[in-house]
Write a protein that binds this ligand. Structure first.
Ligand SMILES: NC(=O)c1ccc[n+]([C@@H]2O[C@H](COP(=O)([O-])OP(=O)(O)OC[C@H]3O[C@@H](n4cnc5c(N)ncnc54)[C@H](OP(=O)(O)O)[C@@H]3O)[C@@H](O)[C@H]2O)c1
Length: 353
């Protein structure tokens, strides 16, 4: 398929390691450089991941003319600045989820990608895994009849550490932006598939959240969405509470459930598993969806193929720009319902005591 896309990683944190490993198994890409705010960290990370070029400043990686695409995995508030700077430098971009802290910020990033003619995708890696394509296909085929209710949960219990990106207000911590976006995105995907479209946007969003008394971010939250076609969704997320993760879809002719819808294993390929219980059937059918690689490898190749084909956006079920904007609008509405505005989003007047 021609030459491999030469990637640079901007930030050397936890998920950058998973992406670097996924990229190593990809058919379309290769790791050329890594950048960290700390030169020694870049050296160590680059050595470990086999990146021949290592930079101690993000801007130095962007100035490298041999880099074609960058993977951005700073905490959420850094996504906008570095995506825009990467677009200005003419680099294609895969940026971690959430693309931005809110929809307004995401619009400016998409505008930058449009202006500079570069590829941009929000890194919801599960959208690139074959399990997700199969789920959408089953819904489109109507295997459970008319979809009525979707339930999606992604929640984990982490220790409260006020400085960590998970809990810190200035780093846009909390569940809705960290894992709630997955639940919103899969519900929107399913509601869209039910009418043969890549996604659907809710006409109303509600919710409640438990805000941490010290940093004010949502420790856990539940949300509801109603879609134009009448489908209802209940979504639940958290960073301070383990819940039973998964997705369940209830239709007039049966139900589907995915115990592992977001394919989070970072180290190994993992087949998808979808369970189907048809109305009147005694037992569910287990459908195994083979996977040749981790979702990060699939993600790198979704981007690599789009870049080589000259496309600016990914193809569904991976995240298109409109899909990302719809997802962030729903997350904005969910955050509004729980009363979470980050300090850096508030106007001076709102911040005044
Ligand atoms: N798709 C997925 O499966 C997945 C999973 C986890 C996280 N994520 C997303 O990826 C992003 C990073 O998550 P992570 O778990 O990798 O976080 P992390 O381990 O804390 O790494 C984030 C990295 O960002 C850099 N950074 C830049 N500015 C920073 C600041 N002000 N404070 C702290 N670090 C800063 C640091 O790298 P340097 O020191 O090298 O500059 C840091 O190591 C988040 O947006 C998250 O939503 C995605």
């Amino acid at each position: 398929m021609g030459t491999r896309v030469r990637w640079g990683l901007l930030a050397c944190g936890a998920i950058a390691k998973a992406f670097a490993r996924g990229l190593a198994d990809s058919e379309t890409g290769e790791l050329l450089a890594v950048a960290s705010r700390d030169r020694e960290k870049a050296e160590a990370f680059g050595r470990e991941q086999g990146a021949p070029r290592r930079y101690g400043r993000y801007e130095d990686l962007l100035a490298d003319p041999d880099i074609e695409a960058v993977y951005i995995s700073t905490p959420h508030p850094g996504h906008a600045e570095w995506t825009i700077r990467a677009a200005e430098a003419g680099k294609h971009i895969l940026c971690e989820k959430p693309l931005a802290v809110n929809a307004a910020e995401a619009e400016t990033m998409i505008e930058a990608a449009r202006q500079h003619h570069v590829f941009l995708m929000e890194a919801y890696m599960y959208r690139c895994h074959p399990q997700t394509a199969r789920l959408a296909q089953l819904i489109r085929e109507g295997v459970i009849g008319q979809v009525g209710v979707i339930q999606a949960v992604f929640s984990f219990a982490s220790k409260f550490q006020p400085a960590s990106r998970i809990w810190n207000n200035a780093l846009a911590g909390g569940g809705i932006l960290d894992v709630g976006g997955y639940t919103v995105s899969i519900a929107r995907l399913i509601a869209g598939a039910a009418e043969g479209r890549p996604f659907s946007d809710p006409v109303s969003v509600g919710g409640h959240g438990m805000l941490h008394p010290e940093t004010g971010v949502d420790a856990w939250a539940v949300g509801t969405m109603r879609f134009p076609n009448g489908i209802l969704a209940a979504v639940s997320c958290g960073v301070g509470l383990a819940q039973e993760n998964g997705v369940r879809v209830f239709g007039t002719e049966g139900r589907l459930w995915l115990p592992n819808p977001f394919a989070p294993r970072r180290d190994a390929a993992e087949p998808g598993k979808i369970f189907l219980l048809r109305r009147g059937a005694a037992a569910p059918v287990e459908m195994v969806v083979p996977a040749a690689a981790t979702s990060f490898t699939y993600e790198a190749d979704v981007c690599g193929r789009a870049i080589r084909a000259g496309r600016r956006e990914a193809e569904p079920p991976a995240m298109t720009w409109a899909d990302t904007l719809g997802n962030l609008r729903a997350q904005d509405a969910w955050r509004a319902a729980v009363g979470l505005t980050y300090e850096f989003e508030k106007t001076k007047r709102e911040r005044a005591p």
